[in-house]
Design a binder for this molecule. Structure first.
Ligand code: NAD
Length: 423
């Protein structure tokens, strides 16, 4: 990950705010996080030693509501990355019309090296360190890279023990038994599949004629691949951190996803024999090769800045769907746009996650729980509305889809700033 990811995100913000005629004061307001906390977490390891882990939590902007955003456990976590991700959350929540601002957090750790008990102690230590700063009406946490519903369960338990109150709405993405929403786990990938279908419909393309490559086979990538397969798209390649597989005939990603999530082991790699046993005629490829495949639709769904000036000239897909946050850097984005590649921006492509988190928060505050069908239905409605707004504005003002998405979000934030500060 490049160290300047936050600077890169500010360049995009400034350019797109100018294109949207956002006033200077509102832009300045958006350029800095309201708050960024750094915490150092002593955690007892299984061998008895104490190890110190560094974590962050950014409350970037709360003009439209409490901060909302995930927590990632990853070796790429740093203050710049957390700020950039929290800025994108601010744009995303405003774009979809959720009553939230943007936040994000993370801990610098390779979670795959920790035992289950070490992971629990780290998760609880993180919440102890930031407990006074978070809450259902201030800053609401969710899962992100390498965190999941189990971790959200430990975190909400720790928070409620500290505060001596039941407050499930402080965290979303929880296990259903602890107040989680049905369909939250599947929601991000499902949402990405919905917006891909809306996009390809606009270009009058038939899913059966479209090949797709997906980088990242975690929460987002795996469910996305399953829904795309079920909609008739031909998913020809998938990958995880260890590498990928390719099949010219297409992969049965429903079967692969079922094997992945039904495994009793820690999440298996794509190269696990149980996964390879349900794949026919596949060839192993690297992550670099996956990004450069001659496919119609490329979906980076793993991490930020995977398409840069180093590889952009070899990227062949005509449609790129940013299921991960920030997978294309500024320079590569410009080159791709000049080449006429259609890019569906992250602030829409993965907005299904925060939208379902919003539904979970609403259910927690009302203590009234929805059926899976209702969550799917409301999610589809919200994302379709957001997609249509972006599409219509991009056509009307002759903007890229990213520029239109930012214009919609920034105009809402600008109006709120103007009212609040009597501008
Ligand atoms: P995850 O940890 O469940 O999965 C990440 C996947 O990416 C794994 O398959 C991992 O092996 C792979 N990966 C990690 N590093 C890689 C590398 N260097 N090269 C190739 N693959 C690599 O994470 P996730 O929750 O699926 O999140 C993926 C992306 O989606 C992130 O950018 C995250 O911010 C974004 N996102 C997630 C959610 C959500 O609800 N989980 C919501 C919105 C956005």
């Amino acid at each position: 990950m490049a160290n300047n990811i936050f600077q890169d995100s500010l360049k995009t913000l400034t350019k797109l705010a100018e294109e949207a005629n956002i006033n200077q004061m509102a832009l300045e307001y958006m350029k800095k996080p309201e708050r960024l906390i750094t915490v150092n977490l002593p955690v007892r390891m299984d061998n008895g030693e104490i190890k110190i882990f560094t974590g962050y939590r950014a409350m970037y902007n709360t003009i439209l509501g409490p901060a909302k955003g995930g927590t990632r456990f990853d070796l790429g976590v740093n203050a710049d990355e957390v700020n950039a991700l929290a800025l994108w959350m601010t744009i995303k929540t405003a774009l979809v019309g959720l009553p939230y601002g943007g936040g994000k957090g993370g801990v610098l750790v390779d979670a795959s090296t920790l035992s289950r008990f070490e992971l629990e102690r780290l998760s609880r230590a993180y919440i102890r360190a930031i407990a006074d700063e978070i809450g259902p009406h201030t800053d609401i946490i969710a899962p992100d890279m390498a965190t999941n519903s189990i971790i959200m369960g430990w975190m909400v338990d720790e928070y409620e023990n500290i505060k001596r109150v039941k407050a499930p709405a402080t965290l979303t993405g929880k296990p259903v038994e602890l107040g989680g929403s049905l369909f939250r786990t599947e929601a991000t990938g499902f949402g990405t599949a919905i917006v891909i279908k809306l996009l390809t419909d606009k270009f009058k393309l038939n899913p059966k004629d479209l090949t797709v490559a997906i980088q990242g086979y975690g929460n987002v990538g795996s469910y996305l691949s399953k829904y795309l397969f079920e909609m008739g798209y031909k998913v020809v390649a998938i990958s995880d951190v260890k590498g990928g597989i390719y099949s010219e005939k297409g992969l049965n990603t429903t079967e692969i996803t079922n094997v992945l999530w039904n495994s009793k082991e820690k999440r298996p790699s794509i190269y696990d024999e149980n996964i390879l046993s349900v794949c026919k005629d596949v060839k192993k490829i690297t992550n670099e090769e996956l990004l450069e495949l001659d496919v119609d639709i490329l979906v980076p769904a793993a991490k930020d800045e995977v398409i840069t000036n180093k590889n952009v000239s070899r990227v062949k897909a005509n449609y790129i769907i940013e299921a991960a946050n920030g997978p294309i850097d500024n320079e590569a984005n410009k080159i791709l746009e000049d080449r006429g590649v259609v890019i569906l921006p992250d602030v829409l492509s993965n907005a299904g996650g925060v939208t379902a988190s919003y539904f979970e928060w609403v259910q927690n505050l009302q203590s009234y729980y929805w059926s899976e069908e209702k969550v799917q239905e409301e999610l589809t409605l919200s994302l379709t509305k957001a997609f249509d707004n972006i599409w219509d504005l991009s056509t009307k003002e002759n903007k890229s889809l990213r520029s239109a998405a930012y214009a919609i979000a920034l105009r809402k934030i600008e109006q709120a700033i103007n009212i609040k500060y009597n501008m």
